[in-house]
Design a binder for this molecule. Structure first.
Ligand code: TRP
Length: 320
């Protein structure tokens, strides 16, 4: 039997196109979806437990506080979750739906088929009478939500993932969600709010360096999957808040000049101090969410924040 031949270009076409486009911009950038291999997902789980990362625990508190009431009012029969996250928050929503007497179908939507299969199997085991219908989709592109679900449907988009989209992309995503909604359906969103930049910067630059490791993990993913030769350890993590754009940016900084070889892309040169942007996380307030919603044909029906005003849980309804 002959040895398998390794193609010169190891990257799947989409990844290659992303690398080509992102690394030829004046401000180099790479799409955040490449953070998440198994190690990346583990590091992210660790981020959500960091003392500085207030987002996850604040959102959980808000879900526990408000979901029973909101589910009782809506009695949703189907839950569609964009970016199937940790089972913890899903369980809070499903339990509230079950308590209200109406948890029939759960549709986790995620870009990773493998992660999705895990989530679906785990939830199915925990909720034997629930119909679990996983859907593979990249919500950063055009996507279809499965049709024919029993209504009312609740579409959940938690974890402040909306912030990882610039306003135009966020509006496009919400328009797609709105397009799949009937008048009685609702959209549940968790969103991180504008606040003291120091507090935000600490959340993305933790003292134990977990976020830095998470950031560098993207280069390891690209080395493995695209055959690139980034010296991941040589890049420094930088996260800073841009008050004009109301967003935190995460970068990987090359401390010294380097040349990276990316098969199918060529040689990519980085000057000393030059950076690759790997993530943005836009921070919102009630007005900016109302604007985003309006652009998508949604209206804010409920808005609740924690006592410190760090984070909001929002319920959106189709606008008239
Ligand atoms: N959406 C969350 C946020 O913006 C989670 C997240 C996405 C994140 N990418 C990240 C957290 C990178 C830390 C670092 O905070």
């Amino acid at each position: 039997m002959s040895e398998p031949v390794l193609a010169e270009t190891a990257a799947p076409a989409g990844m290659l196109a992303d690398l080509r486009a992102g690394l030829s911009l004046p401000q180099k950038e790479l799409p955040p979806k490449y953070f998440y291999d198994v190690r990346g997902s583990e590091l992210f789980e660790e981020i959500t437990r960091l003392p500085e990362y207030y987002l996850t625990r604040t959102e959980r508190g808000l879900l526990e506080r408000w979901m029973p009431e909101w589910a009782a009012a809506l009695r949703p029969r189907a839950l569609v979750e964009l970016g199937a996250g940790s089972a913890v928050k899903t369980r809070i929503v499903l339990d509230a739906m079950a308590e209200a007497g109406a948890a029939e179908v759960y549709v986790p939507v995620d870009v990773s088929a493998e992660f999705l299969a895990d989530t679906a199997a785990r939830l199915q085991a925990e909720y034997p009478s629930l119909r679990v219908v996983p859907a593979v989709a990249d919500i950063s592109e055009e996507f279809e939500l499965p049709g024919g679900l029993p209504g009312p449907m609740l579409v959940a988009f938690l974890g402040s993932t909306i912030g990882n989209f610039a306003p135009a992309g966020a509006a496009a995503l919400l328009r797609q969600v709105r397009g799949a909604m009937q008048p009685g359906d609702r959209f549940l969103m968790g969103v991180d709010l504008r606040k003291d930049p120091a507090r935000i910067e600490a959340a993305y630059n933790d003292s134990r360096g977990v976020t830095a490791e998470f950031n560098r993990n993207m280069l390891r993913v690209l080395n493995r999957e695209a055959g690139a030769d980034f010296d991941a350890d040589a890049f420094e993590h930088r996260a800073f808040y841009d008050p004009a754009e109301h967003r935190i940016e995460m970068h990987l900084v090359a401390p010294g000049a380097q040349t990276v070889r990316v098969p199918g892309v060529g040689e990519v040169r980085l000057a000393a101090g030059e950076s690759i942007r790997t993530e943005i996380s836009c921070k919102h307030d009630r007005a900016s969410v109302a604007v985003l919603f309006a652009a998508a044909g949604l209206a804010v029906e409920r808005w609740q924040t924690d006592d410190e005003g760090l984070y909001a849980l929002v319920l959106g309804a189709p606008a008239e």
